[in-house]
Design a protein around this ligand. Structure first.
Ligand SMILES: [Zn+2]
Length: 423
């Protein structure tokens, strides 16, 4: 529905890992632990300062009875901090030589999983620190009894989600790759086994692990029957539905998993509680549309040509010094641009498909609007409602077009549908 993985987290993982793959010119740099630690500590201090400043601003506004925009400002500044954290991590890994030091440690040099753990730790810690700062703000900014719940406990589910959807799956996959590397196998067999492992991992293991790290409870009663009926009518077959517990603080919906038998539709507690049935149905149909139109595999496949081309041409440039860094940077940039383009297009497509689905299913479900126009209006209302508490989330982001752009695309298509005589 709305953003799950931030651009900054994706970039942090990609750049941290590539710091370990590009060979270091050891004649230029010597390893400095002090430099590394000071860089990371300096970044953490900046994040702390940003948090403190907005907490003070929010309290001041609260005392003066002014509507505060400190929360939106904090969101914006924390995103900047996350991007700056990536720079700090790269400086610490590359310039101060932390990546090289990690690769030289006994045991670590033999294991891809351990190397990645060390490479990803600084970035993960800074991301967690940003997340805790946001929680600290929610807990202390208003200073009201409902907000005194210790922010550390409130941060725990989000930290768990962050680790479960980024660090943990990567380490698990590389752990398996390490195991295969140690088997007495011919290189080509090992390569086939590795490809098979990645496929099985992406299809079966990753979705289950991600769900395990999220706080979910099974949905039951009338809701379950209604939602299952709706997803089935939308052509998704049997799909597991669960409530995603967010302490009633998030309004979001997501489908996890590729294979129908292992798929799960997660609807956040707040989404089920606050959205009227019609809007909730539109949100569910939007998720169903992503699956029906195979948007997730499409997003993943879209980046294969980039990395495939890079891998195919790399043997010709093996001895060229500039190829590895330039190639990595161009691949990362192209990946980001391609993913953004595909993600934005598929998001608009899912909105339009959801409106079409609603009209075609409206005779089976009373809650569903019976015209494209009305369906678009209800989905637009739902989008505005899920982003009402954090208006900054209405803006266009890496993987999601802005809410207003989505609404106007639905409106434009409504006009197209009207011209073609489709209700
Ligand atoms: Zn979507």
């Amino acid at each position: 529905m709305v953003q799950v993985m931030q651009l900054s987290l994706f970039l942090m993982i990609l750049l941290s890992l590539s710091c370990g793959t590009i060979p270091q010119d050891s004649q230029i740099h010597s390893i400095s632990w002090a430099g590394s630690i000071l860089t990371l500590f300096g970044m953490a201090t900046v994040i702390q300062f940003v948090g403190n400043r907005e907490i003070k601003a929010a309290r001041r506004d609260h005392t003066n009875g002014i509507k505060s925009d400190a929360a939106s400002r904090l969101d914006r500044n924390l995103e900047r901090c996350r991007l700056a954290s990536i720079a700090a991590v790269v400086i610490s890994l590359r310039y101060w030589g932390l990546a090289e030091a990690a690769a030289d440690l006994p045991w670590v040099s033999q294991s891809l999983a351990l190397q990645s753990l060390l490479l990803l730790t600084p970035g993960t810690l800074l991301m967690i620190f940003c997340l805790m700062t946001a929680e600290r703000f929610s807990a202390h900014a208003l200073n009201t009894p409902t907000n005194t719940f210790p922010f550390l406990i409130r941060s725990a589910p989000k930290i768990r989600f962050l680790l479960g959807t980024s660090l943990f799956p990567i380490l698990m996959l590389l752990g398996f790759v390490d195991l295969i590397r140690n088997l007495p196998l011919h290189d080509s067999y090992a390569a086939i086994l590795n490809i098979g492992l990645v496929v099985i991992f992406l299809i079966l293991v990753l979705p289950r692990t991600a769900v395990r790290f999220m706080d979910t409870t099974p949905i039951d009663g009338v809701d379950k029957k209604w939602i299952k009926g709706l997803t089935q009518a939308a052509g998704l077959g049997q799909i597991d539905v669960a409530i995603w517990n967010t302490n009633k603080r998030n309004m979001n919906a997501v489908v996890v998993g590729f294979v129908p038998q292992f798929r799960k539709l997660l609807l956040s507690d707040q989404l089920i509680e606050r959205l009227p049935r019609t809007q909730l149905a539109m949100v569910i149909l939007h998720e169903a549309a992503h699956l029906k139109r195979r948007h997730l595999p499409l997003r993943m496949l879209s980046i294969i040509p980039i990395w495939g081309t890079a891998a195919a041409i790399s043997p010709w440039f093996e001895t060229t010094q500039w190829f590895a860094p330039t190639g990595s940077i161009s691949c990362i940039l192209l990946t980001l641009l391609t993913l953004r383009w595909v993600a934005h297009r598929t998001e608009h497509d899912a909105d339009i498909e959801a409106c079409r689905l609603a009209t075609s299913l409206s005779d089976q479900f009373n809650e569903l609007p019976d015209s494209f126009e009305q369906a678009g209006r209800e989905l637009s209302r739902a989008l505005l409602e899920v982003t009402s508490e954090r208006t900054s989330s209405r803006k266009s982001s890496w993987m999601h077009p802005g809410v207003l752009a989505r609404i106007s695309t639905m409106r434009a298509n409504r006009e197209k549908a009207a011209l073609l005589g489709i209700s």
